[in-house]
Design a protein around this ligand. Sequence first.
Ligand code: SF4
Length: 209
Amino acid sequence: MKTITNASEILQGLAKLYPDAKCALEHENPYQLLVATVLSAQTTDKRVNTITPELFRRYPNPEMLSQAVPDELESLVRPLGFGARRSKQLLGLAAKLEKEYNGKVPQTRKELKTLPGVGQKTANVVLGNCFNHPAITVDTHVGRLTRRFGWTKETKPDAAERDLEKIIPQPQWTIACHRIIEHGRNVCHSQKPACNTCKIAPYCPQIGV
Ligand code: SF4
């Protein structure tokens, strides 16, 4: 069976397939990406992108968001489900950014994780995409594909992240995750991975498929 010696071949293959892979959540600054990533819990990036243009038009910064009327905010985020909970979370997030971080998104994982709704994954998305701090983001695609690659056996994101940090070269952490996510969306689907036509099949042990 092929093992993690396949890492550089797979990473190179993905780089050829998805040279311009990037974060699928539309954003123009760290505040927008932070809010969009918090909203992406239990829904898809695509759905988040349908509501964020209006959300950011009405509340372009943490100060404006912290002053939002809860009912109005709730109706804006309702299409994502859990409207009341999401509204409350965003109000808490904005208030804390205003009160403790002077309205700026902090640039360390430790500080980011003090914000309501922000865990390891969200902190890593913001660090990797806004602050040039390479970070591995283990979402459903990255978890599934890297288990199929044989890079981890872990199903818990934090544990998988530790394994992947040893396999993917650090400068590539952020971009490699974007490429793996693209491959998960396009080819290596959860239910029916298209192994027969997959360009990286020669290097993939297809574990569990
Ligand atoms: S589609 Fe198959 S061959 Fe391609 S990455 Fe997924 S499991 Fe591996």
